[in-house]
Design a protein around this ligand. Structure first.
Ligand SMILES: Nc1nc2c(c(=O)[nH]1)N[C@H]1C(S)=C(S)[C@@H](COP(=O)(O)O)O[C@H]1N2
Ligand SMILES: [Mo]
Length: 550
């Protein structure tokens, strides 16, 4: 390793130590934010609209590891370069470290929950530790040429190589060390050992911190049943009977009518879900309302509650994709919440045309206030399939509005409802997605896989179709690439707000077949065949798969 590489390595090791310490503190005390998650989160917020917005929105699933890996690698590279820079000027490198500290602080303070003093102390000590250790490694392993060109070049040129043992510090290094009282020089062969050990310590600290913090706990948190109806009297808690058997079709590969919480699709921009202390949480209703109010969790549970079966879907869902799920939500009607704020059907004007849901992490979604008042089951939901909302699905409360995509409506970790005019652009609107997001009618083939090789004979081609709030009236399946269409058998419609299962019993003959499905909504409108991508207002086109029948 030449000296620049060693300096680079030393800088990177310093960064690992710094991150390790910061993550460890975060793990022990979660009001000190995870610095590197905060930085990665900052990258998400700063990514301009139009570019890769599709990728950003699907952070709920696959892109998180990529983003985190790039953040880590990027930080290590920057720290390594600062190490190299320190060979020329320790001051410049120190300024660079200060710059990193500023970025870390800004990022940390954009996190929703933070204890300021401990957070500042953590970031400062982490950076101090990292910088000190990197400097120690560099200095004591004889890398810096504070005096012009001696240590490295001079011995190699002036003396036979064999007589210039690489471990031997030159005179002026000894001199400096003798006067710096900063300990002894690290022989070069120990550089790797010391640097490696520090990296291991840093990684172990980071790993411990991750394990202690939400990362793992979130997934495994046991479901807590919701407990409404503590009060008697006039307050009603309307429950639904279990879904009738007729609403499900038993075929292998058919998704369950009600999606279990752990299988429900997950989309959000939060790298780690805000963990909200429900005792301190409140929901405020403000903006263009007669009577601004706020509700505690207890307040909500004490209001008339209801259950409602609603299919949620994401505008980013590709035709045939999995970003759609169905659940039984428990909550209070958004219209009841608005009523307390003095808002009703009669008094929504220009100034209150848009209902903006704001989340604890600053995310916003906005839709026409009228959707909350037109009789549909638009909910402030706190229960999902009989349990409290799971943390990743918005605990303690979220919005659920049948008929519109999640990006305009389904605010998780809801803390604020603001009525405002139509000019305000919510999170994804600022990033070039369509202002209004009515869910496009779609259908999906689930029981047969694309590319499957099947035996001739009866094959059930089935799946789900959805047109939330309108319902599904008809589903047709084509096995000849769209030339002819066959009426599928429908399960009972659980609710117009939910998806509907279908199956077509295909008598498959040998050959290659393109299978397509199309749905007609409750207003008689058949989904369009025209393929369009998800951006900006939701994908269209018929889900098509190809199979070989032998
Ligand atoms: N706070 C917050 N709420 C949010 C989002 C988000 O990024 N942050 N994403 C929205 C989007 S785009 C969708 S599709 C739904 C997904 O809800 P789910 O993750 O519970 O399926 O949540 C919506 N609510
Ligand atoms: Mo979405």
């Amino acid at each position: 390793m030449n000296r620049k590489m060693r300096a680079f390595t030393a800088g990177a090791v310093g960064a690992i130590l710094a991150f390790g310490l910061a993550e460890l503190v975060h793990g022990i005390y979660d009001l000190v934010p995870s610095v590197f998650l905060a930085i990665a989160q900052g990258i998400i917020e700063l990514t301009p609209g139009g570019f890769a917005t599709q990728a950003i929105e699907t952070l709920g699933s696959a892109d998180i590891p990529v983003l985190i890996a790039s953040t880590v690698v990027g930080s290590l590279v920057v720290a390594g370069l600062l190490g190299v820079l320190s060979l020329r000027s320790r001051l410049a490198a120190l300024l660079g470290v200060a710059g990193l500290g500023a970025i870390a602080l800004v990022a940390a303070f954009t996190e929703p929950f933070i204890a300021p003093i401990p957070a500042i102390l953590t970031i400062l000590s982490a950076l101090g530790l990292g910088a000190w250790f990197a400097d120690y490694l560099i200095r004591t392993s004889d890398l810096r040429t504070d005096a012009p060109s001696k240590k490295e070049a001079a011995p190699a040129q002036d003396a036979p190589a064999a007589e210039a043992p690489r471990e031997a510090p030159t005179m002026d290094v000894r001199y400096k060390e003798a006067h710096s009282n900063r300990g002894i020089a690290v022989p070069r062969k120990n550089f790797l050992a010391l640097g490696g050990a520090a990296a291991v310590v840093g990684l172990a600290a980071a790993g411990t911190g991750r394990a202690l913090s939400g990362g793992a706990a979130q997934e495994t948190a046991a479901a807590t049943p919701i407990k409404v109806g503590s009060t008697g009297g006039a307050v009603t808690h309307a429950t639904l009977p279990p879904p009738p058997a007729a609403a499900s079709i038993e075929v292998a590969g058919m998704p369950p009518l009600m999606t279990p919480n752990e299988d429900f699709y997950l989309i959000d921009t939060a790298l780690s879900s805000p963990r909200i202390n429900v005792d301190r949480w409140k929901l405020s209703v403000k903006g263009a309302v007669e009577n601004p109010v706020s509700f505690t969790y207890e307040d909500l549970l004490g209001m008339p509650t209801r259950e409602s079966d609603v299919t949620l879907s994401c505008v980013s869902n590709e035709v045939g994709g999995g970003l759609v799920s169905n659940a039984r939500w428990t909550g209070v009607l958004l219209s009841d919440v608005l009523k307390e704020a003095g808002v009703g059907r009669g008094n929504v004007g220009r100034a209150s045309e848009q209902l903006v849901g704001r989340s604890a992490d600053g995310w916003t979604g906005g839709f026409k206030t009228g959707l909350a008042l037109d009789g549909r089951d638009a909910l402030v939901a706190f229960g999902m399939n009989g349990s409290e909302l799971p943390v990743e699905h918005g605990y303690p409360a979220r919005l659920v509005v049948p008929g519109v995509y999640g990006y305009v409506s389904a605010t998780k970790w809801l803390t604020e409802i603001e009525l405002t005019d139509w000019d305000f652009d919510a999170y994804w609107i600022q990033r070039t997605w369509a202002k209004e997001g009515p869910v496009k009618t779609q259908s999906r083939i689930d029981t047969v896989e694309d590319g499957a090789v099947l035996e001739a004979g009866p094959i059930p081609v089935g799946g789900v179709a959805w047109a939330p709030h309108k319902g599904i009236e008809r589903v047709e399946v084509s096995t000849d690439g769209g030339e002819t269409w066959n009426e599928a058998r429908l399960a009972a419609q659980l609710d117009p707000d939910t998806w509907r299962q279908y199956v077509y019993e295909w008598d498959a003959k040998p050959g290659e077949h393109a299978i397509k499905v199309r749905a007609t909504d409750g207003e008689g409108e058949t989904q369009t065949a025209k393929p369009t991508p998800p951006h900006p207002s939701g994908a269209t086109g018929y889900h098509t798969i190809r199979v070989t029948v032998a």
